[in-house]
Design a protein around this ligand. Sequence first.
Ligand SMILES: Nc1ncnc2c1ncn2[C@@H]1O[C@H](COP(=O)(O)OP(=O)(O)OP(=O)(O)O)[C@@H](O)[C@H]1O
Ligand SMILES: [Mg+2]
Length: 216
Amino acid sequence: MIQLFHVYKTFGSKNSALIDVSLRVRKGEFVFITGPSGAGKTTLLKIVFCAEKATSGQALVDGRNLNRVSERELALLRRRIGVVFQDFKLLPRRTVFENVALALEIAGLPLSVIRKKVHQTLRYLGLANKEGYYPPQLSGGEQQRVALGRAIINNPLILLADEPTGNLDPDLTMEIMALLREIHVKGTTVVVATHSQELLRDTRRRIVSLSKGRIV
Ligand SMILES: Nc1ncnc2c1ncn2[C@@H]1O[C@H](COP(=O)(O)OP(=O)(O)OP(=O)(O)O)[C@@H](O)[C@H]1O
Ligand SMILES: [Mg+2]
């Protein structure tokens, strides 16, 4: 589903965020990417989502070579990838409903379908009674669930989650992890970046460790 071949990403002249990273994530896999702050986790996810371009090397996502896809193909591919990013915040002046509906609106679905799917997703996330709230009126865990709802509403092929439990207490962390597991069970390929050792301690999942831009 995701294949990276000798990917390098350099910012400016000497800031190497990724160095010779090769990685293969199969369809339906659940993988953790870990490593200390600055190791390159977010950069790796951004390359998969085509929010950043590799400086050299190749990245294939769902069989498409990201160096060669057209703008149109890229837009279609991105619609099939759900993302929960550290710096992709919820829109504060839009309600929970509107935040979650966004991807479906962009896809141009009719309003009746959008309503049904958003209600379904909010129920699933335990947020049915919050659809009219604005993000600042929600707790951290609720906001995180809304972000997750926005990412999964399209039944994405791939879910990329960057520190999805950052700043959450242990109970909420478990809750978000349980949701990620369920999404995975339904067939989505899940990649979670985290520096939390807590999250990794009891897992049997594959863990890819980055250190200073290299896989170790
Ligand atoms: N847009 C950018 N411009 C310049 N340098 C960048 C940019 N994005 C990332 N970097 C650099 O790339 C390196 C890796 O950053 P990245 O955000 O991928 O780390 P990370 O593993 O996600 O860290 P954290 O755990 O703190 O989120 C860092 O040294 C960072 O300064
Ligand atoms: Mg990061």
